[in-house]
Design a protein around this ligand. Structure first.
Ligand code: 2BA
Length: 111
């Protein structure tokens, strides 16, 4: 068994969870925040049998389309500490898509 950790954009979450559950995958949804943009995103946990990994990845790839958009990234001026010097700057980032980790599961038990 593998554990898929998929970080996706909030906009894609509902469609992705629906698509995964329709195909019989169990999903746990966590509200998370990206370190760079400090904006909300969603992390999904899926425990998946090895032979179904390809199907799960296919659904994630199909639903989570990436697109470019301008965003405001927070920054801190060098040499300043705390909130002093904190500012923000516009950046073009690719959002959507998915950042996916696949981990081997040593043990899976429901107690
Ligand atoms: P964020 O850290 O908020 O990053 C959002 C997007 O901003 C990134 O999309 C990337 O396009 C851009 N970005 C990130 N760091 C940057 C930098 N130093 N300079 C310029 N642009 C930068 P993704 O790469 O698709 O990542 C989407 C979200 O997935 C991330 O949100 C973060 O929450 C998570 N993530 C990505 N890589 C990760 C990793 N190696 N470990 C843990 N979480 C990761």
């Amino acid at each position: 068994m593998k554990l898929i950790i998929a970080i996706v954009q909030d906009e894609d979450t509902s469609r992705l969870v629906n698509a995964l559950m329709k195909e019989g995958f169990s999903v746990t949804k966590l509200a998370t925040t990206g370190g760079f943009l400090r904006a909300g995103n969603t992390t999904l946990l899926l425990g998946v049998e090895d032979e179904k990994i390809r199907a799960a990845m296919g659904i994630i790839e199909r639903v989570c389309k990436s697109r470019k958009q301008m965003a405001t990234a927070p920054t801190t001026m060098p040499g300043m500490s705390g909130s002093y010097g904190a500012g923000s700057y516009p950046v073009e980032v690719t959002v959507g898509g998915a950042t996916v980790f696949v981990l081997t599961v040593d043990q899976f038990v429901k107690l």
